[in-house]
Design a protein around this ligand. Structure first.
Ligand code: 5AD
Ligand code: SF4
Length: 420
C-alpha cells in the first residue's frame, strides 16, 4: 500500500522526499493526524517508509499533554539528529504549536515546525526544503503555526491505515480550559465539522470496506453545528430505512446537535458499528445514554473522565461539576445501559491535593467501578492556569497515589471482566 524507497535511490534530483517516516506520539487525534498527513503526501507523489533507517525525512507528530510525553519526543529528535546522513526532521502538531520557533533553538536538528491546523501545508513546505537541497543550497528552516481553522481538504485523502476501522474527526480544539490542560492552547478553539462532510467521509470509508468508525473530538458531546444562514441549511441524505430514530428530518436543518449526529451516523447505509471519544461530564446526560441504548449500531462504550473526586480540586481544575453529579451520571449510565462499558481518566497530585482530596478520588473510583481507568500523575503545562499554582505534591507522593489507584482499578477491572 505504501511506497517504500528501494535501497540506493537518491533524492538529489527531486524536489520530493522519497521516503518520509512518520512517528506518532499520543492520542487517537494524533494517530488520525498522522494518517491525514500520510494521505496528503501520497496523493502528491511523496514516498512513505515504515523503516526509519531508510528515511530521508522524519516527521514527529507529537503530543504535549504531559511532560513525560514531550521528554520522550525531545530524546527521539536527538536520536534522529545523529543519524548519518541526517534526515530532514519535522516537529508536527501539539508540540509544534506549543514550542513554535523555540523548538529550533532547543533542537538544532529540526528543519520544520508545523502546528495542528497547518498540517495541510506540509507537502509544500517539504517540497520547498527539498528544492533548496536539490540546488545544493543550505536548507532554510520552515515554521508554520497558529492557523485558527483546519481546511476541510485535509480530510479528503483516501488513505486509511487500517482495513476494518477508521477514526473520523467531528470536532477540533476545545473551549473548556480545564486549568491543567494544554489542549485549548495547542489545538485551539472548539470547531465542529459540517455533518455533511462527516457523512461523506464515513461513506468513503464504507466504500473502501471499512465498516467500523470512531467519531473523534476532545469533547464530542458538546458537538453542535450551526448553518450560518437560512440558505446554507445543512443537507444530509435521508435515512434509508424506517426505525424509531429515522422518522426525523435531516434533509435541511439549521442546527445539528450531538445526539442528532449520532442518529445520522447510525442511519448510514453499510456502516456496521461506531463509537465516540471523548466525552465531558458537563455535556453528558441521561438523554445521551438513552440515545446510546436505542441506536443499534452504536457501541455501548463511554469514556467519561472524572479527573478528581474532590469538589475542591474539581473547582480548581475548572471542571464544572461536583463528584455527586458525576456519581449520579455514572449511576444513570449503568441503569440505562446495564451491559455498557464505562472508562475514565484520573489525575493524581494536582497542586494542593491533600490526602483527604486523594481519598475522595479513590472513593469515587471505587463507587463507580469503572471497566477501565487511565490514571495520570499531574505535570504542569506551559501557559495553563494551574501552571501558576505551586506543584507541591512531591514526586514520590504522586507515585504512591498513582499506584494505589492503579492497584484498586486493576482489581475492579478483573472482577468486572470475570462477570462477562
Ligand atoms: N497532567 C497530568 N495529566 C493530564 N491530563 C491532561 N493534562 C494533564 C496534566 N497537565 C490527562 C487528563 C486527560 C488525559 C487525556 O490526560 O486526565 O483526560
Ligand atoms: Fe483538556 Fe478539559 Fe478540553 Fe479535555 S475538556 S481537552 S481536559 S481542556
Amino acid at each position: 500500500m505504501q511506497h517504500i524507497e528501494k535501497p540506493g535511490d537518491s533524492n538529489k534530483n527531486t524536489d520530493r522526499p522519497r521516503s518520509v517516516y512518520i512517528a506518532t506520539y499520543g492520542c487517537q487525534m494524533n494517530l488520525r493526524d498522522s494518517e491525514v498527513i500520510t494521505g496528503l503526501l501520497l496523493e502528491q507523489g511523496f514516498g512513505i517508509t515504515e523503516e526509519e533507517k531508510r528515511a530521508d525525512t522524519v516527521l514527529l507528530v507529537a503530543c504535549s499533554v504531559r511532560q513525560h510525553a514531550e521528554d520522550k519526543v525531545w530524546s527521539e529528535i536527538g536520536r534522529f539528529s545523529k543519524m548519518v546522513p541526517k534526515p530532514v526532521i519535522g516537529l508536527i502538531g501539539c508540540m509544534a504549536e506549543n514550542y513554535k520557533d523555540s523548538a529550533f533553538k532547543r533542537m538544532p536538528g529540526i528543519d520544520l515546525v508545523v502546528g495542528t491546523n497547518n498540517i495541510g501545508e506540509i507537502p509544500q513546505l517539504l517540497k520547498d526544503i527539498f528544492d533548496t537541497r536539490r540546488k545544493a543550497q543550505d536548507i532554510k528552516r520552515k515554521l508554520s503555526v497558529g492557523k485558527a481553522n483546519r481546511d476541510e481538504f485535509v480530510y479528503q485523502p483516501e488513505f486509511r491505515q487500517e482495513e476494518n476501522h477508521s477514526f473520523v474527526v467531528i470536532s477540533e480544539g476545545c473551549d473548556n480550559f480545564c486549568s491543567y490542560c494544554i489542549v485549548p492552547y495547542v489545538r485551539l478553539r472548539l470547531r465542529h465539522r459540517n455533518p455533511e462532510n462527516i457523512q461523506k467521509e464515513i461513506e468513503s470509508c464504507i466504500k473502501k470496506g471499512i465498516k467500523s468508525i470512531t467519531l473523534l473530538g476532545q469533547n464530542v458531546n458538546a458537538y453542535q453545528f450551526k448553518a450560518v444562514s437560512q440558505d446554507q441549511e445543512i443537507r444530509i441524505s435521508p435515512p434509508p430505512l424506517p426505525s424509531p430514530h429515522r422518522g426525523r428530518e435531516y434533509r435541511s436543518r439549521s442546527i445539528v446537535n450531538f445526539i442528532q449526529l449520532l442518529e445520522l451516523v447510525n442511519n448510514i447505509d453499510g456502516l456496521r458499528e461506531f463509537s465516540f471519544v471523548t466525552s465531558h461530564p458537563k455535556d453528558a446526560s441521561p438523554g445521551l445514554f438513552q440515545a446510546m441504548a436505542d441506536l443499534e449500531k452504536l457501541k455501548k462504550y463511554l469514556h467519561l473522565p472524572f479527573q478528581s473526586g474532590s469538589n475542591r480540586i474539581l473547582e480548581l481544575m475548572h471542571r464544572g461539576y461536583s463528584s455527586k453529579h458525576y456519581l449520579e451520571l455514572a449511576k444513570q449510565y449503568r441503569k440505562i445501559i446495564p451491559e455498557g462499558v464505562l472508562s475514565t481518566d484520573v489525575i493524581v497530585g494536582f497542586p494542593g491535593e491533600t490526602e483527604e482530596d486523594f481519598l475522595e478520588t479513590k472513593k469515587l473510583l471505587e463507587a463507580v467501578r469503572f471497566n477501565h481507568a487511565y490514571i495520570f500523575k499531574y505535570s504542569p503545562r506551559l501557559n495553563t492556569k494551574a501552571e501558576k499554582l505551586k506543584d507541591d505534591v512531591p514526586k514520590d507522593e504522586k507515585e504512591r497515589r498513582h499506584k494505589i489507584l492503579l492497584d484498586s482499578q486493576r482489581q475492579i477491572s478483573r472482577e468486572l471482566k470475570s462477570k462477562t
